[in-house]
Design a protein around this ligand. Structure first.
Ligand SMILES: [Zn+2]
Length: 69
């Protein structure tokens, strides 16, 4: 007799989506993992990209007078 408790395949894990905080299916079925979907994946990447662009802008915001003296 086979016990129904022993499943050969593990069920898909559900993790928290880093973008929206909602439940996200962490499985091979979800190509956007750990995000819950395409929208959240692109949204998080957009925020990450804008942060990267903010770095050189902050560096160029130095006072030019400080360098001359
Ligand atoms: Zn999400």
């Amino acid at each position: 007799m086979t016990s129904p408790d022993t499943a050969p395949e593990l069920p898909a894990r559900t993790v928290r989506c880093p973008a929206c905080g909602g439940p996200s299916l962490y499985a091979a079925d979800n190509p956007h993992r750990p995000f819950c979907g395409q929208r959240c994946k692109s949204m998080d990447f957009g925020a990450w990209a804008s942060e990267q662009f903010a770095v050189p802008e902050a560096l160029s915001n130095q006072d030019p007078n400080f360098e001359r003296s």
